[in-house]
Design a protein around this ligand. Structure first.
Ligand code: SF4
Length: 499
């Protein structure tokens, strides 16, 4: 089949793809996991319930995920504010989020903590005003409108929510804090007793819940910034890999929206722009070892000098990036070099569509996303690091799995559903279910220990298995303690055993 060139065709053209189908009859009823989740996983609230004011923990989740109309935020005193980074949730007492970065209209960007209270009066009532741990709070976030009482910039959350409360509720119920400890769960025994194909089917259903949640998130963003914008934002976010998702997402908004780029921009120009705005270009004087600047860096500076003034307002504070603990392959500079090469391809999205309809394999996706070998980036981890002994690709196979299952396939699913193209929506789902497993990580290890006693015998070696385990952690484990108090999952699983 010939390649797909337009979004219109993706939305309405019937499917004639070649990917392997995985639609075998399920040993458990369709949608069983989603039913369980709706009736047993959530806290004691139902879609449509209105809680006023909501629990503070929910406000923290809204803040953490920035479920706010980010381009329209105004403080209670009327000044505009941009959230350059929402900060990192803190469980150690003190303010709710630390190391956030905000930019209030007419002032320099500020780094500091965020405190969230239901009422403006919470600041004094909770004695934050006399507690030195709250001295570096740069933004006091409250639920509904009210006067500032903290002496800090104050933002009311309710008027800025990005969706009606009824729409946010199911999402809030689905979110949770990742479970941190290793402990054998009470569901471990019933899951082990379950026939292997039933257990795999259950985990696949949980994976589908996760897949559709991601697709819904992308569809929601597409409502505001269009389908292309939502894809770029998702790709950048995925390249931010855990700690740098926020600045990456923000960069996507700046460079891919409005007049952020021109059709004539080369990969080098885009790389200079991204790194310049990100404040990740090593300063000339610092990088000039022995009097010479590495050639690639010199070329980037030559380009960035010409346009830096235009971007002055949006350049990030350098402290926004987290580098500690990152593997060299995940360094933000390297990720942005990759993103620049994708952005420079005028037909990037059309090529994704061709891949989706004509092929759909992981190998072909890696081929589409992997840029050509590069004189600098194939041989250096960063802009000013020493030359490597062996060339390294800009994109590794494990990152392709992350991009596919977290962004690209959910995005195709959301688009197809928006266009009422059931065959293409089905194709996105089936490719997601059959996608090969990605890299293992700590959370997955914990899930295997807690749910499966550490063993993976009979577990399908797919990304869907991994995603399904993570979803069960989020839906059930994150809502109770390490002793599984009150968790209904074990009895639900036992119910399958005796059906
Ligand atoms: S909390 Fe529930 S789902 Fe999680 S390990 Fe315990 S019994 Fe299993």
């Amino acid at each position: 089949m010939a390649g797909v060139q337009t979004a219109r065709r993706l939305t309405f053209q019937p499917l004639t793809g070649k990917a392997n189908r995985v639609s075998t009859p399920s040993p458990i009823p369709a949608g069983l996991y989603a039913q369980w989740r709706a009736s047993h996983a959530a806290v004691a609230l139902h879609d449509g319930d209105r809680v006023s004011p909501p629990p503070e923990k929910w406000l923290q989740l809204v803040w953490h995920h920035q479920r706010l109309r980010r381009d329209a935020l105004k403080l209670v005193d009327g000044r505009r504010v941009r959230i350059l980074h929402p900060g990192f949730h803190s469980c150690e007492g003190g303010p709710d989020f630390r190391d956030a970065v905000i930019h209030v209209e007419g002032a320099q960007p500020l780094t500091g903590a965020i405190e969230i209270d239901l009422q403006p009066s919470g600041w004094k009532a909770h004695h934050h005003d006399t507690n030195p741990a709250f001295g570096n709070v740069v933004l006091h976030v409250i639920w509904s409108r009210g006067a500032a009482t903290s002496g800090r910039a104050t933002l009311a959350m309710e008027p800025h929510l990005d969706a009606p409360w009824d729409e946010l509720l199911p999402w809030l119920q689905a979110e949770g804090q990742p479970w941190q400890e290793e402990f054998l769960g009470r569901c471990c025994a019933p899951l082990k007793e379950l026939a292997v194909d039933s257990r795999n089917a259950l985990i696949r259903q949980a994976a589908l819940v996760r897949f559709h949640r991601k697709a819904d998130d992308l569809a929601r963003r597409a409502r505001d910034i269009g389908w292309d914008g939502a894809l770029w934002e998702g790709l950048f976010r995925a390249l931010g890999y855990k700690h740098n998702t926020w600045p990456m997402e923000r960069l996507a908004a700046v460079v891919t929206g409005g007049h952020g780029r021109q059709k004539t921009d080369t990969a080098l120009m885009l790389e200079a722009r991204l790194l310049g705005i990100a404040n990740l270009l090593p300063h000339e004087s610092r990088a000039r070892a022995g009097g010479t600047l590495p050639r690639h860096l010199q070329e980037l500076w030559n380009l960035w000098w010409r346009e830096r003034e235009r971007w002055d307002e949006v350049v990030f504070p350098a402290s926004i990036w987290r580098r500690h603990g990152l593997r060299p392959a995940n360094f933000p500079q390297r990720r942005l070099a990759l993103a620049a090469r994708w952005l420079a391809e005028a037909d990037f999205i059309a090529r994704m569509e061709t891949w989706f309809i004509d092929d759909g394999s992981a190998t072909a996706l890696l081929g589409k996303l992997q840029p050509k070998p590069d004189e600098h980036w194939s041989w250096h981890w960063t802009l000013d690091s020493t030359r490597l002994a062996k060339p390294q690709p800009l994109l590794g196979a494990s990152r392709v799995t992350d991009l596919a299952v977290n962004v690209i396939l959910p995005w195709f699913s959301a688009r197809a559903r928006a266009g009422r193209n059931e065959p293409l929506a089905l194709r996105a789902k089936e490719l997601g279910l059959a996608w090969p497993a990605g890299e293992d990580n700590t959370l997955l290890k914990q899930a295997r220990i807690r749910l499966l006693g550490g063993g993976a015998r009979g577990l399908e070696s797919t990304a869907a298995s991994q995603q399904g385990l993570l979803q069960i952690l989020r839906d059930f484990c994150a809502r109770t303690n390490a002793l599984c108090d009150g968790c209904r999952f074990p009895e639900l699983v036992k119910g399958i055993s005796v059906q």
